[in-house]
Design a protein around this ligand. Sequence first.
Ligand code: HEC
Length: 131
Amino acid sequence: MTLLCTLTACGHNSPPPATVENTAAGSSAVASDPTALGKTLYIKKGCTACHTVDGSPRVGPSWKQPDWGKTIELASGGSVTMDESYLRESILSPQAKARPGYPTVMPSFDGQLRDDELAGLIAYIKSLKQP
Ligand code: HEC
């Protein structure tokens, strides 16, 4: 029974290797910081092609604009409050409430982001829009 004894550790509950714990702690640190996740996805999902985070214009509006909570004009002629639901809709259906003066080129990311990824991007964009 020496082999079985080795496999079951004979009832001794040895703690899991430190490396496993470190890995788990590392990923939950990102998961618990949506803004950090959003910052990573900004690059990983290719938002960089059209959006800057320093206020300078690119294809689309820079995410760094102190317009959080403000009323913004839409290409359709209406207006909307810059809030989380507007950001969410702009990522899932970019043309639903498009900004005037920009080409309607943003692809929909519906079905391409997990819920926590969408929340992360929203948190990151929001952090840049607060003065
Ligand atoms: C091919 C270019 C392109 C890419 C790639 C792109 N966007 Fe856009 N985005 C635009 C344009 C152009 C607009 C403005 C017109 C509109 O509202 O559709 C816009 C608007 C937005 C808005 C509304 C911003 C505001 O200030 O009103 C959000 C939020 C947004 N994009 C998020 C994203 C995210 C998140 C990604 C990456 C996952 C992304 N975009 C990738 C072109 C792009």
